[in-house]
Ligand binder design. Structure first.
Ligand SMILES: C[S@@+](CC[C@H](N)C(=O)[O-])C[C@H]1O[C@@H](n2cnc3c(N)ncnc32)[C@H](O)[C@@H]1O
Length: 309
């Protein structure tokens, strides 16, 4: 008899749990959705993030896309402030994104800044044709008519007839290796008012250091800074970014260097912001030439950091 009661009780408990489970599941999903929404910027199209596969079709963020979104939003915050400084608050601005990849950055800038303004143009520059095709298709599906995607390298973009003579803001988020240098050359050729660059790893200078070309320094304790291969790579990146900053200053830009996001989100975290002032700093040009000479990189000076005679 008591066994029968136990069984009846167990059955009624299971039935109760089954009744409660869908409600508990629904409220958990609701909370997850609210948590995701709290991470998005006001005005952000959730559908766009789903199309970009930053959000899953259920509206969730996985760890990788959360990290990417954080980087893109941080860079957008800097870019938005710069755009607002342009005439008409940047409404007619032209912006080029080098090494665009899947164009997360370009789409989010368009969605949050240009879409409502009804003017301005975003150009994505990317060497992988399948990514360019995908971005074109997505922009057309979303009606983002003032976005163009060019299947050219950052270097080729400088002379591409599909780009206007002037680009107001040049950006590059983790554009590979020397693509950041090509983006800088592009910005100079296009008289960019601003550049916002987050360099990727860089191999060119490290290769030169490896060849023992830092002649003047090789007999000093400073050579220890790049003796181990890992240090050679890090030192190469550091030196490259220092040269880039001096080059921009020598070309009439005021430069600030800051972190993009916390180090836990990205190892490639240096954000270089250059603002055109027109005042070419002779001291920066001198320092750059001296550094190139000390590290035996004069040939790089001619190819990557040419200065007007
Ligand atoms: C690390 S991914 C970054 C993509 C994107 N900016 C992002 O942060 O999600 C670098 C992209 O740059 C592209 N790329 C590499 N070299 C390039 C070049 N010289 N010119 C234009 N794009 C380049 C690659 O095909 C790749 O899609």
């Amino acid at each position: 008899m008591s066994q029968q009661i136990d069984q009846a009780e167990r059955k009624s408990q299971v039935a109760k749990q089954r009744r409660e489970q869908p409600a508990a599941r629904a409220s958990k999903a609701e909370k997850a959705r609210a948590d995701v929404l709290a991470e998005l910027r006001p005005g952000q199209s959730v559908e766009l993030l789903k199309d970009l596969h930053i959000l899953t079709s259920e509206g969730r963020l996985n760890q990788d896309s959360r990290r990417k979104l954080k980087q893109v939003y941080h860079l957008f915050q800097f870019i938005e402030k710069l755009l607002l400084e342009l005439p008409e608050g940047g409404a007619n601005a032209t912006l080029a994104d080098h090494g665009a990849g899947k164009s997360y950055l370009g789409f989010i800038i368009y969605d949050l800044f240009f879409r409502e303004r009804g003017a301005g143009h975003v150009y994505g520059i990317e060497t992988r044709p399948e990514l360019v095709e995908r971005s074109r298709e997505l922009a057309s599906r979303l009606g983002f008519s003032r976005m163009s995607f060019l299947n050219v390298s950052a270097a080729q973009a400088r002379t591409s007839p599909d780009l206007p003579e002037r680009i107001d803001l040049v950006t590059a988020l983790h554009a590979c290796d020397t693509a950041t240098d090509d983006a800088i050359a592009f910005g100079l050729a296009k008289n960019a008012r601003f550049m916002a660059l987050v360099p990727c790893c860089q191999a060119e200078v490290a290769a030169n250091l490896r060849m023992g070309k830092a002649l003047a320094l090789s007999r000093t304790p400073l050579a220890e800074l790049w003796r181990h291969p890992l240090h050679t790579r890090e030192m190469g990146s550091q030196l490259t970014n220092v040269l880039r900053c001096l080059y921009l200053e020598a070309q009439g830009y005021q430069v600030t260097v800051t972190e993009l996001v916390g180090w836990e989100h990205s190892m490639k975290n240096e954000l270089i912001i250059a603002r055109h002032t027109g005042q070419r700093k002779a001291s920066a040009a001198e320092r750059m030439k001296e550094l190139l000479a000390q590290f035996g990189l004069e040939s790089l000076g001619a190819s990557r950091f040419p200065l007007p005679a």
